[in-house]
Structures are given as C-alpha cells and as structure tokens.
Design a protein around this ligand. Structure first.
Ligand SMILES: [Zn+2]
Ligand SMILES: [Zn+2]
Length: 228
C-alpha cells in the first residue's frame, strides 16, 4: 500500500465505500449511450451519421461514438479527470473508451488518434491540463495506434456553455488553424474528447481539417454527451 493511501484512504466517489475510487457496484451503474446519428439523434447502428444527414454538406462527421449515457456518475468522473487530474480515473475511462471503439463495427480500418486542442493561454495559465489530449495519448498507448496533432487553437474562445446556437457558431469561427505534418489524404482520424455539449466545436474542427484534407475521414469518440 502506498503511504499516501494510508493517510488519505481512497473511497468510491459515488457511495464513499473505502477501497477504490469507484467501487464494483457503482461501476455497474454506468450505462452505454444508445446508438444514434450525431446530427438528427435518431437510432443509427454503430453511431454512424445516417444517410439522410450525410447529404447535408455542413455535416463533416461520419461517425460519433458516445460511450456513456450522461448521468451524475459520469459527470463526477469527468470532473475528477478535468480538475483533479486523477490518473486512475483517466485509466478507467480510457479502458472503456478503447472497448467501445474496438467493438464498433463501423471502424474497421486503421486510424490515427487526435484530440481537441486548447488555446495556449487556457492550457498553461488557467487549467494547465487538456483532458482531451490526455485521453488521446492514453488511448494511443492502449491500442497501439499513433496520436497526432491536427490543429492549433488560434485564439481563446468563451466557454460554449450559456451561449445560444448562433453565438456558439460565431464564437468558434476560425478558432482552429491546421497544424499537420502527419496527416495524409488517405487517413482516418479519430478525435477523442471527454464530453460534448453541442456539435459546434466538433463540427468546426472537422471543417478546418476537411478544408485542407477533403478526403480525410473524421470520426469522433466522446465519453459522454451533455444533452441539456
Ligand atoms: Zn460505490
Ligand atoms: Zn441523422
């Protein structure tokens, strides 16, 4: 036992049972998210963009897997990852992410892994941590596929929460700039993120990549989707 565990014994973040950060029975409370199309939210096997939504040219994503239904417990776990940088939580969440990806039949080809960039100011001065990057790097180690940069965030944007749809879109306009020495036209890129409130960030980053590499396939995987 680590000395630190003796002084600060670990307890389940949900039911406070001593032992682990998440006890066995609380792990079972995490339920998978239903398979839906990322745009119209109707049922779509393997989370693929449905044929109907594919015809809309402002839709840049071909696939978006959501690992968990958004409940209090996954919210708590993501907070632990985001603000307390808990390594074992990151490990557990990456395991589940890897499982969801490897069992998804729509992703049969090899892919490169990437993440949602944060602005340098935000990254170093405010949070010091980009949880999307941490997930991408850990996933890369787990499933033995490379991770790459795709874009830089050129300016700091307001957080998307509390903005309406048109404010969200203008908030993000030209926020990303391609930064890609390792992207090829034949690539499939899987971008991972912790949680998504709207598709606007996702769509803007996908649009930026597609503007330079129109043939690249962009897939996305998030731990949870906040549908409030
Ligand atoms: Zn528990
Ligand atoms: Zn659809």
């Amino acid at each position: 036992m680590l000395v630190i565990n003796f002084f600060f014994p670990r307890t389940c973040i949900n039911c406070h049972l001593p032992g682990d950060y998440l006890c066995k029975s609380c792990k079972k409370l995490l339920t998978p998210h239903p398979e839906i199309c990322p745009y119209c939210h109707k049922f779509s096997a393997d989370y693929k963009t449905c044929l109907n939504c594919k015809t809309d040219r402002s839709h840049y994503l071909e696939w978006l897997i959501v690992v968990f239904s958004y409940q209090n417990l996954i919210k708590k776990l993501i907070l632990q990852l985001k603000y307390y940088h808990k390594s074992d939580v990151a490990n557990f969440l990456t395991d589940r992410l890897a499982l969801a990806i490897s069992t998804n039949k729509a992703l049969s080809e090899k892919f490169k892994i990437s993440y949602v960039p944060s602005h340098r100011f935000r990254h170093y001065c405010i949070k010091g941590y980009n949880q999307s990057k941490v997930l991408a790097q850990r996933l890369s180690e787990k499933i033995w596929l490379p991770w790459i940069y795709t874009a830089k965030k050129t300016r700091s944007t307001h957080t998307q929460a509390g903005l309406n749809r048109s404010q969200r879109l203008s908030n993000l306009e030209n926020a990303f700039q391609i930064d890609a020495q390792k992207i090829w036209e034949s690539d499939t890129i899987l971008i991972v993120d912790d949680v998504t409130t709207t598709w606007s960030t996702i769509n803007e980053l996908a649009k930026t990549i597609k503007s330079q590499f129109p043939k690249v396939k962009i897939r996305w995987a998030v731990l949870a989707r906040n549908n409030k």
